[in-house]
Design a binder for this molecule. Sequence first.
Ligand SMILES: [Zn+2]
Length: 270
Amino acid sequence: MNGITAIGGWVGSRSAERRPKQLTGLCASGSRYLARIVPTKPFRAKNSGPIVSFTFDDVPDSALTNGARILDRHDVRGTFYVAPGTCGTEDEYWTVIDKRGVADLAHAGHEIGCHTYSHVKVQSLSSADLARETQRCFEALRDIGGNAVSKNFAYPFGNVSFPKKFQLDRQLTSCRSIYTGLNSGLIDLAMLRSVELYDRTSTEQSINATLDQAIATNAWVIFYTHDVTPNPSWIGCSPTHLEMAVKAAKARGIPCLAVDEALAAIGVRA
Ligand SMILES: [Zn+2]
């Protein structure tokens, strides 16, 4: 444990700029590795059966107009991780939903989670800046989404160092990673495992296999994607792909729950 503490403190120390670049890079990746493997918020999941969640990061407008509507049709609540400072902005892949879109999601009963205010790499921030990012994020989201806003978070770019993970897990109920895996038995609420729901990397066969594994291991599967459009980006899925996954979970009788509902189902108090 001493080694972990020493590395964590070293990464965050002010003398970082005086270190050789290679060494600093190694230390940063080592800290990310520690964040990945060392649980800081361990919890014994008490769910009585498998669970599936559908989550959407960044929330491009198509995740609302196509993604949320598919979930609505199947009476499923999704979790949408929003960085409110990016609302209404465009990049090469999509336009992020605007504030009215966030309000629409909340009004439809979906969960709004935090994805930092400005969609930044958590590891790149000072502790004070990270605290400001999350505070601003929650204040802005609650102004729009009210009670639909939870204390559930997704790491932008999946990026977090060990000290920043430790800082966030004290403020938040859960933090979702992009590390692949199912959540079963003793899990880390500060590093929930997930499964890509991308046309590029998943198939009906792989999704069925994941769901069957969830049944066999009494696991919580958290799918995540970005845009939901017939020609999705490399980190998005088509409407038919999303609907196929929802139907596959329903056909197996697996409850499809938003992250806040799933946390309650595994025994976490909000
Ligand atoms: Zn993101």
